[in-house]
Design a protein around this ligand. Structure first.
Ligand code: C5P
Length: 219
């Protein structure tokens, strides 16, 4: 399980990370926290016992993406997101940079993740997800971030690709801005390998109790 630390303050992120460590092995550091705290956020989560998922959705010229991904690898991120929209050359540069950065720092091989389409992009035509998936897999990305609804197609097209799914909620719970929310069990049964959970626990009065309830009965 990946905990989405969508906060702008490292003190708050650390508090959530400590409280929720029994439920999560991966801490997702997104643009908000990374803009606020930078590499310190990565180091703090590693020190707290998490693998770090650096969700900064790189999308730039291949040289810039490659060099940035190299830094992310050297800092110890285990996962890094890039926009598949950036194309094969950019993704390949990002994958190579990420792996090289980790290797040079003596760290285990990390996994580059491709974003196919943002859930907020309501105008994206249906054929875009399979097209971008193909580009991402050919460029060497080890995983893909996708909606639970796309899991079946992605499993068929790229069975060895890791499938990361956000938009997780308890049945009947507040969806916030997640149009395609599913329960943990639904996502896992549909073939998700890593679930990303944010506000369902981070906004709760008692985050640990919310996590316990959300994951009750999940294998
Ligand atoms: O909705 P929740 O707080 O669980 O969001 C967790 C993660 O899901 C966010 O950090 C973001 O990466 C992703 N997300 C998404 N689509 C949305 C809202 C969030 O994919 N509409």
């Amino acid at each position: 399980m990946a905990l989405a630390l969508d906060v702008d303050d490292l003190v708050e992120a650390n508090r959530l990370a400590q409280q929720l460590r029994p439920w999560f092995g991966v801490a997702k550091v997104g643009l908000e926290l990374f803009t606020a705290a930078g590499p310190d956020a990565i180091g703090a989560m590693i020190d707290a016992g998490y693998e770090v998922f650096l969700d900064i959705k790189l999308h730039d010229i291949p040289t810039t993406v490659g060099k940035s991904a190299n830094v992310a690898g050297a800092l110890g991120a285990s996962y890094l997101t890039m926009h598949a929209h950036g194309g094969a050359t950019m993704l390949r540069a990002g994958v190579d940079g990420f792996l090289e950065g980790a290797r040079n720092a003596g760290l285990p091989e990390p996994t580059a993740l491709a974003i196919t389409v943002l859930t907020s992009d309501e105008e994206a035509p249906a054929h875009i997800v399979p097209n971008r998936l193909r580009v991402a897999v050919e460029a060497g990305c080890g995983g893909i971030v996708c909606a639970a609804a796309d899991l079946k197609d992605i499993r068929e097209m790229a069975p060895r690709t890791m499938r990361v799914v956000p938009g997780i909620r308890a049945a009947g719970a507040e969806r916030h801005d997640q149009p395609k929310a599913v329960t943990p069990t639904e996502a896992l049964q549909a073939g998700a390998n890593l679930l990303v959970v944010g506000r369902a626990v981070t906004l709760a009065d008692d985050p640990a109790a919310a996590a316990a309830a959300l994951f009750a009965g999940v294998e």
